[in-house]
Design a protein around this ligand. Structure first.
Ligand code: P6P
Length: 333
């Protein structure tokens, strides 16, 4: 059977599902090309002198890794000239990135976490790029922060590239989730995981247990039941995973099920969570829902949240529907 590359897949989506205007197809291909360059840099690691701290910080108050800055620059440079975008926003940049005047503007806004999980870089554990595409409001050619503050339900494309044992790009444009593996010999992303689905039930959960004393009561109740296993109300034993790289956790859940949680905690009651809504929560929530799973902040569907600021945080409970619905129900009780 002939291999279906990302380019062919997108062309066929454009023809069949009419979900992909040419400008959006071009944007997705450009993001994929940038991720290939990031994959190359990540894989070179120490050999290219790209490990370790950049000596700078970002708006999140986090020390930037050299590869955070490299990945961010690769995505900006790859996407600024193509004519698909009116603007970009990144976890690594305080304000939105305006398309330089010498380039044509387009109808879309691109948001990304250029290298999620970068604390894992120096210890050679999987990291990833997360991206989300919104439509720029009609008539806006110089988007401001307000133009990015759209609920995740308005995304037109979302995905991630996981830099793991394989480099894989996983994408949705609103009609399911498909996974592509990078063939380094030809430089193509090849369709290897068509129609990814999240099983409704699971025996695997992912949470950073060291934060347990800071969780709200519904989360402590829910996790307590998982830990009680077959002796408790859930009637089955569970296993736990924590990679500290959201892209790796979400990929595992899209591949074999599970539930991923990063609850808000009592250390900073004003902060609704650790993860970022616009370029982590929203794209991952859409992918999970498109694959038959569920994604809430414990109280409401993540994709319904109307953002109030670009780097807004969010609590995340996503994955196998049965589990997400249970822990969300506990918040309401
Ligand atoms: P902790 C990575 O920094 C990240 O944003 C997600 O990719 C990951 O799931 C989470 O934070 C890990 O957080 O507190 O366990 O280091």
């Amino acid at each position: 059977m002939s291999r279906i590359t990302l380019s062919r897949f997108l062309i066929e989506q454009q023809r069949s599902a009419n979900l992909l205007p040419a400008e959006l197809r071009f944007l997705i291909e450009t993001v994929a090309r940038a991720c290939k360059a990031i994959s190359h840099a990540v894989n070179k690691g120490a050999l290219a002198g790209v490990l370790g701290e950049a000596g700078t910080g970002n708006i999140q108050g986090e020390a930037q890794k050299k590869l955070d800055v490299i990945a961010n620059d690769v995505l900006l440079e790859a996407n600024e000239w193509g004519g698909s975008l009116a603007g970009m926003a990144s976890e690594e940049m305080d304000l939105p990135y305006a398309i330089p005047g010498q380039y044509p503007k387009g109808a879309y806004l691109l948001l990304f976490d250029p290298l999620d999980g970068s604390s894992n870089i120096d210890v050679n554990i999987s990291v990833g790029t997360i991206f989300s595409v919104l439509r720029c409001p009609d008539g806006v050619t110089e988007p401001t922060e307000a133009d990015f503050l759209q609920p995740g339900s308005r995304q037109v494309a979302a995905g991630y590239t996981l830099y793991g044992p394989q480099t894989m790009l996983v994408l949705t444009v609103g009609n399911g989730v498909n996974g592509f593996t990078l063939d380094r010999e030809t430089g193509s992303f090849v369709l290897t995981h068509p129609g990814m689905r999240v099983p409704a039930e699971t025996r695997e959960f992912a949470i950073n247990m060291s934060n347990q004393r800071h969780w709200e009561a519904p989360v402590r109740r829910y996790i307590g039941e998982l830990l009680a296993g077959a002796t408790g109300p859930r009637g089955k034993d569970y296993n736990m995973r924590w990679v500290a790289s959201m892209v790796a956790e979400v990929h595992r859940i899209l591949t074999r099920g599970g539930v991923f949680m990063y609850p808000k905690d009592a250390r900073d009651p004003k902060k609704p969570g650790k993860l970022r809504l616009l370029y982590e929560g929203n794209p991952m929530a859409w992918l999970i829902e498109q694959a038959g799973g569920a994604a809430t902040n414990g109280r409401e569907r993540i994709l319904d949240i109307v953002p109030t600021e670009l780097h807004e945080r969010v609590a995340v409970f996503l994955g196998s529907k049965e589990e997400v619905e249970t822990v969300t129900r506990y918040h309401a009780e």
